[in-house]
Each structure stands twice: as C-alpha cells, then as structure tokens.
Ligand binder design. Sequence first.
Ligand code: BG6
Length: 297
Amino acid sequence: VDISGTGASSKVTARLPSGESVEVLLYGATVISWKSDGGKVENLWVSDAAKLDGTKAVRGGVPVVFPVFGPPPKDHATSALPQHGFARTSRWEFLGKSSSEDALDASSVKLDFGLYSSNLSDEAKKAWPYDFGIVYSVTLSKEGLQTVVNVRNEGTKVFEFQLLLHTYLRVKDISKTTVTGLAGVPYVDKVLDATTHTQSSPTLAITGEVDRVYASIPQNTTTVLEDGKPRFDVVRDNLDDTVVWNPWKEKAAAMGDFEPKDGFKEMLCVEVGSVQGWQKLESGDGFEGGQLIKSLL
Ligand code: BG6
C-alpha cells in the first residue's frame, strides 16, 4: 500500500501480487482506478477533465453519495445540502489496510476510510447538524472490487439518510452495451417524465440519455453485457435500489468536467444504493450496505 500526493490530492494505492490494483483519493474516498486481470484491464471510467485536487466532486470512478441523493427535497433535514450531499466532496481519513491469507500470497487487500461529523466543513456541519461516523471499506481481490459503507449515528438525535455508490463503469462501446437483472422492476424515469414505469424487457439497451432510478429490486445482481457477453456483475448487499445513468451527447457537452466529449460512449453508471425513501438511524444504531463488482472478462 502506497500513500502519495499531498493535501487534497492524497491517494492510497494498493496492488495484489498478481497485479490487480486500486487507487482511492482521500477526497470523497473516491475510487479512481480499479484494474483487474493482472492489472491489464481498467474497469472504471474517469473523465480526462475530472478535478482530482479537491476542488470539485470527481467526474468518474466511484463517488460516494451521502446523506442525500440528487437535489435534496425542500421539506427535509437535508434540504440545505448540495446535490448528492457532502461525502463526495469531503476529505476522508485513511484508517489503514488489512490483507487476507498469508503475506506471500495475499489474495485480497482491504482499505478502510473514515468520515466523521468532525471532518466536515463548517458549512456542511451547519447544513446537516448530526453526529455520525462512516467507515468505508474498499476491498480488492481477484474476484472483484467490493465497496461497503457502514454508517453509525453517534449523536443523540435520530437522522435520516440516503446512500449511493455512483460507479462509472468503463465500457468499450455503449451501442453494444446492455443491462440485465432489472426485469419487472419499477423505475422512475428522470429523463422522460419523472413518473414510475416498469421495466418490461429483460434487457435494457442504452440508446440515448438514460437516468432511471430502479427501486426495491428483488434480485441482487445487475449484469452489464458487451456484445451480449457478461462484462460486469454488480452485486448489491443490503441496498435495494440501482440508478442507471448515461448523460449522452447533449448532457455530456454541458458538463465542464466531462472529457472527452464523446466519452459517454465509453461509460455507464450503474449506481447501487438506498435512495427511494430514507434510512432512519436512531442514536447509537448502524447501517451497512455495499456492492461487489466483478469484472467478467
Ligand atoms: C445520477 C443522477 O446519479 O447522477 C443524475 O441520477 C445526475 O440525475 C448524475 O445527473 C450526475 O450528477 P452530478 O451531480 O455528479 O453531475
């Protein structure tokens, strides 16, 4: 494990003896690279214009969305927060690493990151005055990348939150990319009309801008296919919802930090979370949820 960079640009890099690697920026605890297959295959998309210096949420990788998804509702305790909350724009602490198996043939490495109310900017603290602690564990193994969020209420007041792992998967060609595992699931279509529809087809093709919030998904695995062949399995653990997002041409053009402009052809966000309704945490209680992403090449 290697810690490099200074200040907001600090990042933690871990590599398995077999070559797989992961890179996590302390800013947002954003995973900005995950290489599988002996280190030969980059699985995450990060914009060429992404800010990695702590001046803006990272456009790409795996930003952590907490405690609110999207624009906060007006009549909620999160209403004064920015879109997607503060976790992705806060500097996290690196809590350390642990490896499994014997040191010689480490088959996985786990990196832990922490964010506590005391780490927040005064602005964020004022906008959301609750005492919390989050431990975010990023585990790299040959099997895949696992990211798990553990939220605890360390104060005396009850709070409500939403949580989402905003993963930007790298794909070869969006026109040949499809998604399965969402058949029969209701979703809110944020592009069309913000009302609820039901996914009727077993396969979702991405042929234009897509921004859908699938809720209460019965099956745990969402699969991304390329040319009809499974490319990624995204396995949810204790998180019931998944957002599928691709900005397509016009929205990508409108984002200053989205480069190259036709980069939307090489990415697809499959974002697992708990974003329909709210998770409620009583004083002293905790919640854990996460994902395992498998690269299926
Ligand atoms: C997705 C939302 O999760 O994030 C989209 O569903 C949103 O509506 C996208 O556009 C990107 O958000 P941001 O704040 O990173 O530009």
